[in-house]
Design a binder for this molecule. Structure first.
Ligand code: KIV
Length: 272
């Protein structure tokens, strides 16, 4: 299939649908702050996800569960200020949408009003169908997230590949079709077998964005700090590191410490 590449001045949910139709793969990365968002946007990434992975990457928590709605709104508003082209999608954090659809809508409205983001992402399938419908009914675009859903880590017990068994694969396909039917504009599939992800991408009309879900889907997402090697403890098979910033930054900062201690910095031209 030919890969048509059309330039989108501003990326909308409709652009993503067109990209799928045209066989153009969708690029998506996380960002949690203004400076990173500006770099990611300038580099031409189509979708910027203000992921609740900020809980791990920014705050140092072991899971995504502790991050709050206020904290997500803060991160999202910083990102929005740095973006000119990309579609900005924000994760609704754990505990802000699962209990009932009214609460889901209230959380959604707060993020949209207070951050200026363009869309939301929610983890789960039929269990949260009513909440998603309510949010969609208010005119807010929703991206689904199935497979390994980190907000349910204590139910799964581990971060291993999901939907290897037939029953879970069948439920995943049903959930993806349900999300398409009720009006979600895209779905993230995390850490599932590549064949299953490819099958789902073929069977639904909305874009499927994978992370650890192989190359047969419509786009890819990574956590930017992992992809540029700022984090170094986390090395799953699906992660391609494009830089080793942890090492480069540690060396640069070590050099600065040495220069200060040795009185090499500042020199005559670095003062007034
Ligand atoms: O929070 C996040 O960064 C995510 C991606 C891993 C898809 O949900």
């Amino acid at each position: 299939m030919s890969v048509a590449k059309k330039d989108y001045k501003i990326v909308t949910t409709k652009s993503l649908f067109d990209m799928k139709q045209n066989g153009e793969k969708i690029s998506m990365l996380t960002a949690y702050d203004y400076t990173m968002a500006k770099i990611v946007d300038s580099a031409g990434v189509d979708v910027i996800l203000v992921g609740d992975s900020a809980s791990n990457v920014m705050a140092g928590h072991e899971t995504t569960l502790p991050i709050t709605l206020d904290q997500m709104i803060y991160h999202a508003s910083c990102v929005v200020r740095g973006v000119e082209r990309a579609l900005v999608v924000v994760d609704l954090p754990f505990g802000t949408y699962q209990s009932d659809s009214k609460k889901a809508l209230e959380s959604a409205i707060r993020v949209m009003k207070e951050s200026g983001a363009h869309a939301l992402k929610l983890e789960g399938g039929k269990e949260i169908k009513e909440g998603i419908k309510k949010i969609l009914g208010a005119g807010v675009p929703v991206m689904g997230h199935l497979g390994l859903t980190p907000q349910s880590i204590y139910k799964f017990g581990t971060y291993t590949v999901r939907a290897k068994e037939e029953a879970e694969a069948i439920k995943l396909i049903e959930d993806a079709k349900m999300l398409e039917k009720i009006g979600c504009f895209a779905i993230v599939l995390e850490k599932i077998p590549a064949k299953l992800a490819e099958q789902i991408a073929k069977e639904v009309s909305i874009p499927i964005i994978g992370i650890g879900a192989g190359g047969g889907v419509d786009g890819q997402v990574l956590v930017v700090h992992d992809m540029i090697g700022m984090t170094h403890e986390f090395s799953p098979k699906f992660l391609r590191r494009y830089m080793n910033l942890y090492e480069d930054m540690t060396n640069a900062i070590g050099q600065y410490v040495e220069d200060v201690k040795s009185k090499d910095f500042p020199n005559a031209s670095e003062q007034y």
